[in-house]
Design a protein around this ligand. Structure first.
Ligand code: NOJ
Length: 542
């Protein structure tokens, strides 16, 4: 196994629109990110994944790109972007760009041409048919949009302003590769590839994810772009199993560094239904799923990404933790961080996670901004669902939970903007949950994350050690052992707000040498018969 620099990295995801606004228009910008680089350096991360900053009409907040080689006006200019890459580099931080290759905006010049006539030279850049089939859009309704000019339908798996590119067309693929090389030449450190498992689709057979040509395309892209460089690449793949993950991330196959798999994220969704159709979370499922990925995907034939959050997902404290009191928010936030950061893989921290930001509950739908949830609301109302049930799904799963402005301090609008109206309302808990407060308090969630990042850098066991689930049948505690040569690290996490006694004497673990980290400050070193307190999380060296 060849060791890679990104095995040791911790990535921080920035959703620029909600991060930091410096020109007072209520929308975050690139200069705002530059001003916070020292803060990120203090946290200890070494890579930033930047959600899209390209030119875009913002139907899906930048995931609808109208020019891949230009910057969105609200975010700044290409000079700002060059400055960000440079300033980050000075601090040892690499910038990973988001690559949206499955679709463009309908305002991209390729699509403007494509829709003009059937014999336009760009026609075949997109997917046009005389009749729609049954494919549904992720953002509700049919995935086909009728276009009067040529009396045909084009495919859009996401919004109708996000037409899907035709990957079967070699010219399209090569243009995308040229664009990727444009960014490589600018000195970026890698790419996150948006819904990449869709690009091998076979539309007429209604095959979307994991199509037959998918891996040929990725290998071709690898050879023609980032494969020649030492970069971090991570593909977003919703339907991946460990077997599929190996196809992408086995270094011998020349595809990506790793993928995002979502099996642990789908645990509160009823099987075969949509993400809005909720079911209660069960710890035993989380233990089964995360342990499976830890054991089946090792550095020999793949690599894991580790994440709780991103810009599409609800905040983890409101999901697996407890946001009902300040004390429980802090305890559960640290517990969840400990569980994830003790595992094997590259951890990703989503902006605000490091201070324990929580979900939002706006009373009115008018305060929501996300096209996915607004379309879903309208569709379900038409289908006869009741308003309250739909709002409950939005409170649990809506993407705007992750997109409220970053909470920097307790001044108006959390210090995110000087404008009276940020593009989306700030979470009202910003006076208690904010960066300034977290930095002033040595016991904050922020310093717990910082410590976890340091501990990872100092212990190869966390990076490469074997993983073993302990107390498999316990329904309240998630515990596991990591081992590399003689060094053993034990992680114990109580997932609930009640005490629980555990007995590790039968596990033959040996003696505990040191408490590396805990979310209570009087944790005992003895692991035989421990009474774990609410959300207690401990990392021991054995
Ligand atoms: C996945 C992205 O994470 C999400 O935000 C976006 O809406 C879709 N892909 C479409 O690009």
């Amino acid at each position: 196994m060849e060791k890679k620099w990104w095995h040791k990295s911790v990535v921080y995801q920035i959703y620029p629109r909600s991060f930091n606004d410096t020109n007072g228009d209520g929308i975050g910008d690139i200069q705002g990110i530059i001003r916070k680089l020292d803060y990120l350096n203090e946290l200890g991360i070494d890579v930033i994944w930047l959600s899209p900053v390209y030119k875009s009409p913002n139907d899906d907040n930048g995931y609808d790109i109208s020019d891949y080689e230009d910057i969105m006006d609200e975010f700044g200019t290409m000079q700002d972007m060059d400055m960000l890459i440079l300033e980050a580099k000075k601090r040892g931080i690499k910038i990973v760009m988001d690559l949206v290759l499955n679709h463009t905006s309908d305002e991209h010049k390729w699509f403007i041409e494509s829709r003009k006539s059937i014999d336009n030279s760009y026609r075949d850049y997109y997917i046009w048919r005389d009749k729609p089939n049954n494919i549904k859009s992720t953002f509700s309704g049919s995935a086909w949009q009728y276009d009067e000019t040529t009396n045909q339908y084009y495919l859009h798996i996401f919004s109708k302003k996000q037409p899907d590119l035709n990957w079967e067309n070699e010219i399209v693929r090569n243009k995308l590769y040229d664009m990727i090389n444009f960014w490589i030449d600018k000195g970026v450190g890698g790419f996150r590839l948006d819904v990449i498992d869709l690009v091998g689709k076979e539309i007429d057979n209604e095959i979307l994810g994991n199509g037959p040509k998918l891996h040929d395309y990725i290998q071709e892209m690898n050879v023609k772009t980032f494969g020649k460089h030492d970069m971090l690449t991570v593909g977003e793949t919703w339907g991946a199993t460990p077997e599929i993950a190996k196809m992408y991330s086995d270094q011998k196959r020349n595809e990506f560094s790793m993928i995002f798999q979502f099996e642990h994220i789908l645990l509160d969704q009823q099987e075969g239904k949509e993400k809005w159709d909720l079911k209660p979370l069960e710890l035993k499922d989380l233990k089964r799923v995360l342990s499976k990925w830890q054991i089946e995907l090792t550095e020999e034939d793949g690599w894991n990404s580790l994440f709780w959050n991103n810009h599409d997902l609800p905040r983890i404290i409101s999901r697996w933790g407890n946001d009902t009191s300040e004390e429980l928010r802090v305890l559960s936030g640290k517990m969840l961080a400990t569980l994830l950061h003790g595992m094997k893989g590259t951890p990703y921290i989503y902006q605000g996670e490091e201070i324990g930001m929580t979900n939002i509950k706006y009373e009115s739908l008018d305060d929501y901004r996300d096209i996915e949830l607004i379309n879903m609301y309208n569709e379900r109302i038409k289908e006869g669902y009741c308003h309250d049930d739909i709002m409950n799904s939005i409170y649990s799963k809506g993407r705007d939970n992750a997109r409220t402005p970053m909470q920097w301090d307790d001044s108006n609008n959390s210090g995110f903007t000087t404008s009276k109206e940020p593009w989306i309302k700030v979470n009202s808990n910003y006076r208690t949950v904010n960066v300034k407060k977290a930095l002033d308090d040595k016991e904050s969630i922020f310093y717990h994350y910082k410590k976890l990042i340091q501990v990872r850098k100092e212990h190869e066991t966390i990076i490469y050690g074997d993983y073993k689930l302990i107390l498999e049948d316990n329904n309240q505690v998630f515990a596991y052992l990591r081992q590399l040569n003689e060094e053993k690290i034990l992680v114990i996490c109580n997932f609930y707000n009640t005490e629980v006694e555990i007995d590790l004497s039968k596990e033959n673990l040996g003696c505990t040498k040191e408490i590396m980290l805990s979310n209570y400050n009087d944790t005992k070193l003895d692991i035989n018969k421990i009474l774990l307190r609410p959300y207690e999380a401990i990392m021991y060296k054995l």
